[in-house]
Write a protein that binds this ligand. Structure first.
Ligand SMILES: Nc1nc2c(ncn2[C@@H]2O[C@H](COP(=O)(O)OP(=O)(O)OP(=O)(O)O)[C@@H](O)[C@H]2O)c(=O)[nH]1
Length: 298
């Protein structure tokens, strides 16, 4: 039997000469390593197709370059090496390379009071680009938190005051009576609404960073927001959480401003874009605020 040469369509001339900005593969399953964890990731890998006459890029060369990610902890230098390999394997065809890695980062979080702890999952995307020796890394991180509406709290307080006036209209308040009243349903006749909320952070990193500051950014964001979503919870933890929410009333605007300050204080961040969403229980729609810093210029 004669050995047949395999047809190579990608090497053919394109019928329509036109360069393309991005060509590659999306959703490639891949294990990556970060902070001692093996993450189940999905990668999008692509290059520009500058030669408008070339029919296609060489997908397999991008795919094989991703093997580098199986061996080392994710870092800016490793991402750059992968992108350089994308370009080296497409010499004459491509001048820019792009890689996105989507994964869920698991962090163990202690309870507020009890000695318990549990895992929290943070969706993250790490995006790296290389063009004309210019290398950029952008992080996208979702941080869930709890927010309690300050307006609803004030309105609830007013109703509680009204109830107090009604219940103690004809008697001078005695300490024991007031204490008992505070512990009764009438003492909390109205409650403010709280909602599970989410902050989507997009951050462009400075060139000098050796590591990806994913965990530092998550920790800074949660500290700024004040009422992170909890994991393992006993009653003592739930009570501490209720107190924390009561002391931490916020509109979505408040949350966006706090995150803006926190990210400006962080080192190694050149630009950022924040979008917070409060999934209101008052409405069937969300309250949303955005804030950005140097985002258009970056
Ligand atoms: N460029 C391109 N390739 C595709 C597409 N869909 C599937 N492929 C296949 O991806 C496979 C890998 O392509 P290449 O990397 O060029 O494979 P190859 O020619 O064996 O490898 P090299 O010798 O390194 O060029 C081929 O079998 C293509 O047909 C597509 O939309 N575009």
């Amino acid at each position: 039997m004669n050995a047949l040469t395999l047809p190579d369509i990608a090497a053919q001339a394109s019928r329509q000469a036109l360069p393309l900005e991005w060509v590659g593969m999306c959703g490639i399953a891949l294990p990556v390593f970060f902070d001692g964890q093996r993450l189940n990731a999905k990668a999008d890998a692509g290059v520009s197709l500058d030669d408008g006459n070339a029919r296609g890029i060489h997908m397999s060369r991008l795919y094989l370059a991703l093997e580098l990610l199986e061996q080392e902890n994710l870092s800016p230098v490793l991402l750059r090496r992968v992108l350089q390999r994308f370009l080296d394997s497409h010499e004459g065809l491509s001048s820019s390379a792009h890689l996105s890695i989507h994964a869920d980062l698991l962090l163990k979080r202690p309870a507020l009071i009890s000695p318990l702890a549990g895992w929290k999952s943070y969706p993250v995307t790490i995006e790296a680009r290389l063009k004309n020796a210019m290398f950029h890394v952008e992080l996208k991180i979702d941080v869930p938190y709890s927010s309690t509406c300050p307006c609803s709290a004030a309105l609830s307080r007013q109703l509680i005051q009204q109830q107090f006036i009604d219940d103690f209209a004809n008697k001078p308040p005695q300490h024991a009576d007031v204490l008992a009243w505070l512990g009764s349903p009438n003492g909390i006749i109205a409650t403010p609404h709280s909602q599970r909320s989410s902050a989507k952070l997009r951050v462009r990193l400075a060139d000098f960073l050796d590591e990806l500051p994913l965990i530092a950014i998550i920790n800074d964001a949660e500290a700024a927001l004040g009422t992170a979503v909890q994991t393992a919870v006993k009653r003592a933890d739930e009570q501490a959480f209720a107190l924390a929410n009561g002391q931490n009333l916020m509109f979505c605007e408040d949350a966006a401003r706090r995150l803006n300050l926190a990210l400006k204080r962080s080192t190694g961040i050149n630009a950022f874009h924040i979008r917070v969403t409060h999934a209101e229980s008052l409405h069937a729609h969300d309250a949303v605020a955005e804030s950005r810093f140097s985002w258009e210029l970056a």
